[in-house]
Design a binder for this molecule. Structure first.
Ligand code: C5J
Length: 232
């Protein structure tokens, strides 16, 4: 069996030609979180911190694409009439701009606005799944589970932002649904370094209570070794 060097133990990859697949999940690498003028910045966060993972996520995207492995992107956003935004979510926090308010990149966290889009460096390619989600978790109020079933995905590799909010929530949702979940430590970031560290620790605690943790280079080496001749 091929595995990825990971903590707290080696992460098993689905064997080549088994019909089961490992997919890359890139959570919310949107202008609204990563660039100045968006939701993240309006909440007083230093968005530059999140930009540091862009080259690593790009490297992972290139590897999954090259090997013909599925890629899923998510975007957190709401309908223009905010009918899918609970008032409690809109009210919460001390933001200079709230969800739905007009900002420098269009209305904050609204589907179809420039700020809601994925940053150009990590733009999805044709055929890649893009899941628009109104919540923090990628499974809540989306058809992600049905789409993964159709693709015969059993293993999910998590990257993106922010580690302790949308990444961790999605990973926990996936874990409860029976997916084998792997977090790429250098492919995820938080506005709060201490929250990222705590999340990385808690995921792999108690024998991998939520899943495994690895680095991009360790994952890429194992993926190439396992799926060199194609992943089908
Ligand atoms: C947040 C996210 N932090 N993508 N969203 O509100 O983590």
């Amino acid at each position: 069996m091929n595995t990825v060097g990971a903590s707290p133990s080696p992460y098993p990859l689905p064997p080549q030609n088994s019909g089961a697949h490992v997919a890359l999940v890139v959570i919310d690498m949107q202008r609204d979180f990563v660039e100045p003028g968006g939701f993240g910045a309006a909440l007083g966060n230093k968005v530059e911190l999140l930009q540091t993972i862009v080259p690593t996520v790009l490297k992972l995207l290139k590897t999954f694409r090259e090997l013909g492995l599925p890629v899923i992107h998510t975007r957190e956003g709401h309908r223009p009439d905010l009918s899918d935004c609970p008032p409690a979510k809109k009210r919460r926090g001390d933001a200079t701009l709230r969800i739905g308010d007009p900002g420098p990149m269009g209305r904050i966290l609204i589907l179809g606005e420039p700020g809601n889009d994925i940053i150009p460096q990590l733009r999805p390619e044709v055929g890649e799944l893009v899941i628009d989600k109104p919540g923090k978790g990628a499974f809540y109020a989306t058809d992600l589970q049905e789409r993964l079933k159709a693709l015969r995905v059993t293993h999910l590799v998590f990257t993106g932002v922010t580690t302790e909010v949308c990444v961790q929530t999605s990973m926990r949702e996936a874990n409860d649904r029976g997916y084998e979940c792997l977090l790429v430590e250098d492919g995820t970031e938080s506005y709060f370094p201490e929250f990222k560290q705590a999340t990385v620790r808690m995921i792999q605690s108690q024998g991998g209570i939520v899943g495994w943790v690895t680095t991009a280079d360790r994952l890429i080496a194992s993926l190439r070794q396992t799926y060199a001749g194609g992943a089908a």
